[in-house]
Design a protein around this ligand. Structure first.
Ligand code: ADP
Ligand code: MG
Length: 330
């Protein structure tokens, strides 16, 4: 680290990871730090994918409002989503947690039920992990192994000018759900509408787009891919920087659910803000040649296009005077 006295808040998450990365040259043929998964080629002609993520009480969830079932669901889902983001098939997960001593057995049981629901829907067994006590807060770490055909995994670095930029689903539902939760924490008393209940459910129970990812990785003309965890405003820039290109996003074409539209209208939310800055939708964000897009066998929405990298990483937001930067952790 160049200046060790600088706080992590000023250094920022991505610079911090960059400075760690500098110490570890990547072995030939391997994709290491910087994508949704590490990619390790195997002699069998397949690739192994590995990803790991941490969920921290107070940062990713609040113990008071998190149903253990939802937390178990989300812990498995967000990690399996990173395998989907590469177009891989998840083959197994490892679950480690540091548990405060006051937590009950019933709590852990509910957590595992939620975790298992996602394991079942994505066909990914739990194969191991680690359990320890925590002095204070709950901390959860999940690692997932996946695999795909050699060369089939889709990296963030493969976008080319002329590509269309697409998502596999609606954006902003999770952020809308979070807003409902935050408003209540700030004292809002009104009962949730059915729409709002649905948004909260999508916040707590995202569905990893595994089968969509596999089809996309099997489709010629699909270039860069990742999952949307921090919002398009932030995540798209990873693709642009890694590929050395820029993008134009048509803000009016961002797909938004009816539940979010109606809730935003009654609560005065800015829909584009939620859809592009709010994260955790876990839809796939990918770039594809216009020819391949015409016959694509997966539900998708075109939201923009890749342009020459005169200003690599730069995004032009068409139809608005706003800028969207996504969610940042520090
Ligand atoms: P995602 O949101 O897809 O989980 P992250 O933003 O967490 O990705 O991480 C980006 C990249 O940096 C990934 O390749 C991840 O493996 C790597 N990374 C994150 N933290 C560390 C760390 N402490 N040491 C090494 N690599 C890290
Ligand atoms: Mg990711």
């Amino acid at each position: 680290m160049k200046d060790n006295n600088e706080s992590i808040r000023t250094i920022g998450e991505f610079n911090l990871i960059e400075s760690i990365k500098e110490h570890f040259p990547v072995p030939a043929g391997v994709t290491g730090i910087g994508d949704d998964c590490a990619v390790l080629p195997q002699k069998s002609g397949r690739e192994t994918l590995v990803t790991t993520d941490m969920l921290m009480e107070g940062v990713h969830f609040l113990m008071e409002d998190a149903d253990p079932y939802d937390l178990g669901w989300k812990s498995a889902a967000v990690n399996i989503s990173d395998i989907a983001a590469m177009g891989g098939v998840p083959v197994g997960t490892f679950l480690s947690f540091a548990l405060p001593k006051t937590l009950t057995g019933a709590w852990v049981e509910r957590f595992i039920e939620g975790y298992k629901a996602v394991s079942d829907l994505s066909g990914t067994p739990l194969l191991g992990g680690d359990t320890t006590s925590s002095l204070d807060r709950l901390c959860i770490n999940v690692t997932v192994l996946g695999e795909c055909q050699a060369g089939a995994s889709r990296k963030r670095s493969a976008a080319v000018p002329g590509d269309l930029i697409c998502t596999t689903g609606y954006l902003g539902d999770s952020a809308g759900g979070l807003q409902v939760i935050l408003d209540e924490a700030a004292g809002r008393k009104e009962a949730r509408t059915d729409d709002e209940k649905e948004l909260v459910r999508r916040h707590y129970q995202p569905v990893p787009r595994v089968s969509e990812g596999v089809v996309l990785a099997g489709t010629e003309g699909v270039h860069a891919m990742m999952d949307i965890s921090d919002g398009v405003g932030s995540d798209l820039r990873h693709i642009l920087k890694a590929s050395g290109v820029s993008a134009v996003i048509d803000v009016s074409s961002i797909p938004v659910s009816d539940e979010l539209k109606r809730s935003a209208e009654s609560r005065g939310w800015n829909v584009s803000e939620l859809a592009l800055n709010g994260g955790e939708d876990y839809e796939l964000l990918f770039t594809i040649s216009p020819e391949a897009e015409r016959n694509l066998a997966v539900r998708h929405f075109v939201i923009g296009r890749i342009t020459e990298g005169l200003n690599p990483g730069g995004v032009t937001w068409e139809g608005t005077d706003k800028e969207f930067k996504g969610f940042h952790h520090f």
